[in-house]
Design a protein around this ligand. Structure first.
Ligand SMILES: [Zn+2]
Length: 91
């Protein structure tokens, strides 16, 4: 039918570029053309597919966590409470 559209789908994007664009790709912050290039690359490159899936998993996990900045102080507080409790039991 539309034989003029013989725009070859050459994945002219390297693994390095996929790594650089992974976050933007997952957040849909990339243009349609770039998105297509990455999708094509992921389809033919198992290494990058694994990498992007890994990033997606980590991102989802981070999103599930309540404010990450609060965690260190919470851990300090919990540790202190734990130590206090130990001290109470001993005395
Ligand atoms: Zn690759």
């Amino acid at each position: 039918m539309a034989q003029e559209e013989v725009k070859e789908v050459v994945p002219d994007i390297t693994c390095q570029e996929v790594a650089q664009w992974a976050s933007a790709y997952l957040e849909e912050h990339v243009g349609d053309e770039r998105k297509r290039q990455i999708a094509v690359h992921l389809a033919i490159c198992a290494g990058c597919e694994t990498y992007v899936n890994h990033i997606a998993t980590v991102r989802d996990m981070i999103r599930l966590l309540p404010r990450v900045e609060d965690i260190p102080s919470d851990i300090v507080g919990l540790r202190q409470a734990f130590i206090d409790r130990l001290n109470c039991r001993r005395s």
